[in-house]
Write a protein that binds this ligand. Structure first.
Ligand code: SF4
Length: 95
């Protein structure tokens, strides 16, 4: 699932109208197959920094924590940065 799809899901949440990720999907997306690891890491940290200032962070985190980990959208979500490891592409690291 892309960050754009995530935004669509978040749009259903009444407390997320001020989501700071709106229009910045590319920063939050999971790594592309040919994307450099260091660039992905830097991009995801920039996204998590946006999350840290987001007025919807508490509501977003509450929503994310209610989704079973294997069903959570890939990419950065509520300050959670995905950890790409072979065979475990959706494992996440909380800040
Ligand atoms: S906490 Fe992050 S992912 Fe959640 S709505 Fe805010 S900017 Fe988007």
């Amino acid at each position: 699932m892309s960050a754009r799809k995530l935004a669509e899901l978040l749009a259903d949440q009444p407390d997320l109208t001020e989501a700071a990720c709106r229009g910045q999907w590319a920063l939050f997306d999971p790594a592309a197959e040919d994307e450099d690891h260091a660039e992905v890491e830097a991009r995801h940290h920039r996204a998590a920094a946006i999350c840290s200032r987001c007025p919807a962070l508490a509501a977003c985190r509450d929503w994310a924590e209610r989704i079973p980990p294997k069903h959570r959208p890939p990419g950065v979500l509520a300050e959670i940065i995905p950890q790409a490891r072979p065979g475990r592409p959706h494992e996440r690291k909380t800040p």
